[in-house]
Design a protein around this ligand. Structure first.
Ligand SMILES: [Zn+2]
Length: 262
């Protein structure tokens, strides 16, 4: 199984790294896309038995606190690792910034331009800001090898948007699918074209209802782990009315296709 979105270098996981990897492997997760989403994580090496595809990017939540030369640092990190992709980057409508989002948008534009220049796939965050994210993507969508909207949570009608109909766009469904109140997400998860569908935990965030916590985090939050991926896959398989094993195979192949930009 392929966990298409997580944060292996997150400081909350480092003390439990061995357990994180062991439980993932025991659950059958063998590969992941790891997004190093702030400058503090860009020089952290990852050594583990999982196959790890690496993303470097400045997440919208960290724009306000990033070091002044972050873009130069990011450019250097990407140039030093030709296999690395760009992410997690994007726009966020959950934690409203004081400047109305201007700095987030500027950081996103700069990183989309960088990804297009270097020819790298991008992983995007657009929580409660999907419309604004699509507007920001307009000049770049045709110039990027591959686009992955992670943690999607919008109306299935939006799938008709010209950018989202492009063949180089993938969609990641995560643990929010298990929330008892989820109404729109199950419909969206059933409507995404099968060959564009990815599955993700977003560990250590987004602990899914019914999951097994890696450990209790700061302020007693439950830390998520890729060992919960089978639970999300089972819920997704139910939405799509297809066998779990088949869906696991398809979403793994899709993740490889996204990384290859085809
Ligand atoms: Zn994430």
């Amino acid at each position: 199984m392929f966990d298409a979105h997580l944060h292996l270098r997150d400081a909350r996981i480092l003390p439990y790294h061995a357990r994180f990897v062991k439980e993932a492997l025991e659950a059958g997760v063998t590969a992941c896309i790891d997004c190093a989403s702030r400058p503090e994580e860009w020089n952290v090496e990852v050594r583990c038995a999982l196959r790890v595809a690496t993303g470097f990017g400045l997440h919208p939540w960290h724009v306000a606190t990033a070091c002044p030369d972050w873009l130069e640092f990011l450019t250097g990190a990407l140039r030093a690792d030709p296999a690395a992709i760009v992410g997690e980057i994007g726009l966020d409508g959950i934690r409203r910034p004081l400047d109305g989002g201007a700095a987030q948008r500027a950081a996103l534009d700069a990183q989309l331009a960088l990804a297009a220049r270097l020819g790298r796939p991008v992983v995007l965050h657009g929580a409660r800001a999907w419309g604004a994210l699509l507007r920001a993507l307009e000049p770049w969508a045709a110039r990027l090898p591959a686009i992955f909207l992670h943690g999607v949570s919008f109306s299935p009608d939006l799938l008709a948007h010209p950018i989202l109909r492009r063949p180089n766009v993938w969609f990641g469904v995560g643990g929010a699918l298990l929330s008892p109140g989820a109404r729109t997400l199950p419909r969206l998860a059933a409507a995404i074209p099968l060959e564009r569908l990815l599955v993700e935990t977003d560990s250590p965030d987004l602990f899914p209802i019914g999951g097994e916590p890696l450990v209790l985090g700061q302020y007693h939050a439950l830390l998520n782990s890729p060992a919960n991926l089978p639970l999300i896959l089972r819920a997704l398989a139910k939405c799509r009315q297809m066998p779990v094993d088949e869906l696991a195979g398809v979403t793994s192949a899709n993740a490889e296709a996204f990384l290859a930009g085809r």
